[in-house]
Design a protein around this ligand. Structure first.
Ligand SMILES: [Fe+2]
Length: 348
C-alpha cells in the first residue's frame, strides 16, 4: 500500500462546513488533500494538480455530481470518483455508477472507514487500468499481425526479408544491450520497415530491374507511406518515425528527408545497415545472394557515406563473432512471423 502522504484526495463538496470537516479528517489521516466547493473548481484543480482519487458530493448547484463524474470519465479515465450522498439519493448514485463512478458513501461519512475505502478504490481502478491496457496491447498486436499478413499476401519476398531483418535486429539489440522496451521498439520497426510497400503497384514492386524514373520516385515513397500507416496508431509514433527514415543515408543523400548523421533516428541507422545486408545476401529469382564475407566488405565500403560507421563496425563484429550462437539464427532464411510477433510484448 502506498504511503498515505503520497495519495492525494480531491474533496468536492458545496456544503462548506461539511467539506472542511472531511478535508480536515483526511489530512489527519495523512492524505494530501485538495478541497473545492464546486464541481467547476474541482475540474480546475485536476488540471493543475496530481489527484489520485476524488470524493464528490452528488447534489451540488451548477454542475451536479453526476455531470461532474461524466466529465471526469471523459477526460481522466484513470481517476476513481467516489460519490458522497444522502440516504435519499441512491437512485442518483445508481445513475452515477452507470456512467463510471467507482463507488459511493452515504452521509454521515464514517471517518474511520475512509482509508479502507480510498485504498479499495485505488486498487480496483489500478486493476481496471491494467485490463484496459492489456486489451489495447492485444488489439494492437492483432492489428499489426493483420498488416504483416497483408504484406505477405501482397509481396511474400518483402515479408520474408522483413522477418530476416528482425532476426538481425535482435542480434544487434543483444550486442547493444538494449533494455526490453527499446528492444521491442526495434523489433516492431524491423517487422514493419517496408510496410509502405503495401501501397506500391505490383508492376513496380515485382520488376526485377530497369525502373523508369517515375517508378523509382513511386518506389521511394514507401517509407513515407509506411510511416503514415503506422502514424495512425498513437502508440507507434516512434516506430513510424524509424520507418520513415530507414532509407536516409549517413551523408545526407538518402530519402525521404535527406537527414544526415546523428539527425537520423538511431534505430533507422541500424535498420538501414541490416536492410542492405539482408538484401545483398538473399537469393532473388533473377540472381543468387552474395557471400556473407563479400557482403560485409560491401557494407564496410559504404561506412561513413551510406551508413553510420560506428554501427557498421558493431554490426560486422557481432556478425563475425556470432554472438551467443545468434548468427546461426540470423542466417536462417525461413520467415517466422508468428514467433516474431508473439515476442512483441506491450509497447504501450
Ligand atoms: Fe525499404
Amino acid at each position: 500500500m502506498a504511503k498515505k502522504t503520497d495519495i492525494s484526495v480531491l474533496v468536492v463538496e458545496d456544503d462548506i462546513q461539511y467539506g472542511q470537516m472531511l478535508a480536515e479528517a483526511l489530512k489527519n489521516l495523512h492524505f494530501e488533500v485538495f478541497l473545492s466547493f464546486s464541481a467547476t473548481g474541482g475540474l480546475d484543480i485536476i488540471k493543475k494538480q496530481k489527484v489520485d482519487i476524488i470524493l464528490s458530493d452528488v447534489n451540488m448547484p451548477g454542475i451536479s455530481g453526476i455531470d461532474f463524474t461524466r466529465r471526469i470519465r471523459e477526460m481522466y479515465l484513470d481517476i476513481p470518483v467516489v460519490l458522497i450522498t444522502g440516504v435519499n439519493n441512491l437512485t442518483m448514485v445508481d445513475q452515477a455508477l452507470e456512467i463510471g463512478a467507482s463507488d459511493y458513501i452515504v452521509k454521515p461519512v464514517k471517518i474511520e472507514e475512509l482509508p479502507v475505502m480510498v485504498e479499495r478504490n485505488l486498487q480496483r481502478k489500478a486493476r481496471e487500468n491494467r485490463m484496459f491496457q492489456d486489451n489495447r496491447a492485444d488489439t494492437l498486436l492483432k492489428a499489426l499481425k493483420a498488416l504483416m499478413r497483408a504484406l505477405d499476401a501482397k509481396d511474400p519476398y518483402t515479408y520474408g526479408h522483413s522477418q530476416r531483418v528482425v532476426k538481425l535486429a535482435m542480434m544487434m539489440a543483444d550486442r547493444l544491450n538494449l533494455d526490453e522496451e527499446r528492444r521491442y521498439i526495434l523489433q516492431l520497426a524491423a517487422n514493419l520497415h517496408d510496410i509502405g510497400k503495401i501501397g506500391m503497384p505490383d508492376s513496380i514492386l515485382k520488376k526485377a530491374e530497369g525502373l523508369e524514373d517515375f517508378e523509382v520516385r513511386k518506389a521511394k515513397d514507401h517509407p513515407i507511406v509506411g510511416s503514415q500507416i503506422l502514424g495512425e496508431i498513437e502508440e507507434l509514433a516512434e516506430v513510424a518515425s524509424i520507418v520513415r527514415h530507414h532509407h536516409e543515408r549517413y551523408d545526407g543523400d538518402g530519402y525521404p528527408d535527406g537527414l544526415r548523421g546523428q539527425a537520423i533516428p538511431f534505430f533507422s541507422r541500424i535498420l538501414s545497415i541490416l536492410d542492405a545486408y539482408e538484401a545483398l545476401v538473399s537469393d532473388r529469382i533473377y540472381r543468387k545472394g552474395m557471400e556473407k564475407e563479400k557482403a560485409f566488405i560491401e557494407i564496410a565500403k559504404n561506412a561513413g557515406t551510406q551508413f553510420d560507421p560506428n554501427l557498421v563496425q558493431i554490426f560486422i563484429a557481432s556478425m563475425k563473432k556470432g554472438l551467443n550462437g545468434l548468427q546461426k539464427d540470423a542466417d536462417e532464411k525461413s520467415g517466422d512471423d508468428d514467433k516474431n510477433l508473439l515476442q512483441i510484448k506491450k509497447v504501450i
